[in-house]
Design a protein around this ligand. Structure first.
Ligand SMILES: Cc1cc2nc3c(=O)[nH]c(=O)nc-3n(C[C@H](O)[C@H](O)[C@H](O)COP(=O)(O)O)c2cc1C
Ligand code: SF4
Ligand code: SF4
Length: 274
């Protein structure tokens, strides 16, 4: 048995938390060491991963607008295109709205790349936009369900049988979810960026280090938000003084809409290859 190689994109660390739980459980069950690789930061996406044939690949990504985050898609596609035909596991996290096509898209990329996907999971996590949506998830029951899934997957890995897995959604979607406002009109916040309250900023530099797009620069010690912003919330949530906020009205209306519409807790979903 090779290693369990865990790759994750996790700007606000919800995805990392779930990937760690699943990776460690599976490692115990099949007696394999785990190895973690972030591809969250730009410099971490400069090189593609390498896999040995007997490595098991656990690939973890949040759902953005119902799919794999657009700006990471090329990297994920290339990384999963291997000559080694690894067994793989797909993990997506979503903030209690819906995972739409994201899991099917991730499994589709694994299969297009020649991997054999033995299991796939969509786990509910806190929505990066909100403090209420998905708050406290994954909870005790979610993690117990994840443990049961790990047992099924471990059996499947040991059995070594050829695998077929069925995931709802489109493996090659052509559209993203359109975010709506409270009045149900489309929310146009593609160009929205965070801003920084200079009276609260201590110039610690933390936000510059965590931006997955490398879009925050230092202007006389203060952050300047000048590049592409994917609204991941890493800067806002990692700022120790709460100096960063999104004030764009379309964005705030969308957050109010999802908090109102998707308050009812969703359940995680698990798929094991037959
Ligand atoms: C730009 C953006 C788009 C998102 N789109 C969705 C979505 O379509 N459906 C959903 O349920 N959650 C959505 N979420 C919530 C994330 O999937 C969730 O917060 C995830 O756990 C974030 O992962 P991280 O904590 O590893 O950064 C979105 C979050 C962001 C930042
Ligand atoms: S993390 Fe917050 S306090 Fe630190 S530089 Fe950025 S905005 Fe200022
Ligand atoms: S500037 Fe945008 S992309 Fe960069 S960390 Fe902040 S929210 Fe994420």
């Amino acid at each position: 048995m090779g290693k369990i190689k865990i790759y994750y994109f996790s700007p606000t660390e919800g995805t990392l938390h779930v990937a760690q739980h699943l990776g460690e459980r599976l490692g115990q069950l099949i007696d394999a060491p785990t190895e973690y690789h972030s591809y969250t930061l730009p410099q971490e996406r400069e090189e593609l991963p390498t896999f040995e044939t007997d490595d098991i690949v656990l690939w973890a990504t949040p759902v953005y607008a119902g799919r794999i985050p657009n700006k990471t898609l090329d990297y994920v596609r290339q990384a999963l295109h291997t000559q080694t035909h690894n067994k793989s596991l797909a993990l997506v996290t979503f903030g209690n709205r819906a995972y739409d096509n994201a899991l099917a898209e991730l499994v589709g990329l694994m299969q297009d790349g020649g991997m054999q996907t033995v299991g796939a999971v969509a786990m509910v996590t806190r929505h990066a936009f909100s403090d209420t949506l998905g708050a406290g998830r994954p909870n005790h029951e979610d993690l117990a369900a994840l443990d049961r899934f790990a047992v099924q997957v471990a059996k499947k890995i040991r059995s070594g049988n050829p695998t077929v897995i069925h995931i709802p959604g489109e493996a090659h979607p052509d559209k993203y979810y359109t975010p709506l406002k409270t009045n149900n009109a489309p929310a146009g916040f593609l160009k929205a960026k965070p801003s920084c309250d200079s009276t609260r900023c201590t110039r610690c530099g933390r936000c510059l280090e965590v931006c997955p797009m490398g879009s925050i620069t230092n202007t006389d010690g203060m952050p300047a938000f000048d590049g592409i912003c994917i609204k991941c919330q890493a800067c806002r949530r990692s700022c120790p003084t709460g100096a960063i906020a999104f004030t764009d009205e379309e964005y705030l209306s969308h957050v109010a809409m999802i908090e109102r519409t998707f308050a009812m807790p969703k359940q995680p979903e698990f798929y094991v290859a037959e």
